[in-house]
Design a protein around this ligand. Structure first.
Ligand code: BEZ
Length: 210
């Protein structure tokens, strides 16, 4: 069965461009973004990896480690990294897993045989410090993912964990958020002493906590 939200992200050992890792140990107490791309030396992947490298300060701010994967060998990752830096202006500053034996991609269901039985699709997993999977997305090979959206989801998840708030449609940093339904009004008074705007008893808006 495919991995689902709330499942523990499977642990594995793998060769990466930054040496051999044991995934859970490598994550430590950080959040993680594990993402696969179909193949090295392909155009969409080149842009995705360059942009993810550019976002490293944003990931760092949020305590997130990024790690890429394709079924190519280490040598291909290393050669291609030079192209990414040259064309995207950012050197790849996170590890890329060389999953030539498809061990990790099989574990995470990143190969969808009816799309391609050779290459991984564009899977992405957000993993929290308890190693739980908090988001999965799957994009087709021809569509680059929106890594700004990945950051937005991380912000939302971290707000939920820390402040018991959820984020409404198209929410952006600084906009009002929603008190989660599991918090009863009597407890909400303690968490949000300045009160809230109740559009309905179940739809209670507060300014985004700091
Ligand atoms: C790419 O990774 O760039 C790509 C893969 C399949 C179709 C089109 C583009």
């Amino acid at each position: 069965m495919a991995l689902q939200l709330g499942d523990i992200a499977p642990d594995f050992e793998a060769e990466t461009t930054q040496g051999k890792i044991k995934f859970h140990d490598w994550l430590g107490s950080s959040w993680g973004v594990l993402f696969s791309h179909p193949k090295d030396y392909t155009p969409v992947c080149t842009t995705e990896l360059g942009y993810t490298a550019k976002l490293k300060p944003e990931f760092d701010k949020r305590g997130v480690k990024a790690i890429g994967l394709s079924v190519d060998a280490l040598g291909a990752h290393e050669g291609w990294s030079k192209d990414i830096e040259e064309t995207q202006g950012h050197a790849v500053n996170f590890p890329m897993i060389a999953d030539a034996d498809r061990k990790v991609s099989t574990l995470y269901g990143m190969i969808h045989p009816n799309a391609s039985d050779t290459f991984t699709v564009r899977s992405l997993f957000i993993i929290d410090p308890n190693k739980k999977i908090r988001l999965t997305i799957t994009y087709p090979a021809s569509t680059g993912r929106n890594f700004d959206e990945v950051l937005r989801v991380i912000d939302s998840l971290q707000l939920t964990d820390k402040h018991k708030v959820a984020t409404p449609v198209n929410w952006k940093q600084g906009e009002d958020v929603i008190i989660v339904p599991s918090v009863k009004d009597e407890d909400a008074h303690k968490l949000f002493p300045n009160g809230w705007k109740a559009l309905k008893p179940y739809l209670r808006l507060v300014p985004q906590p700091k």
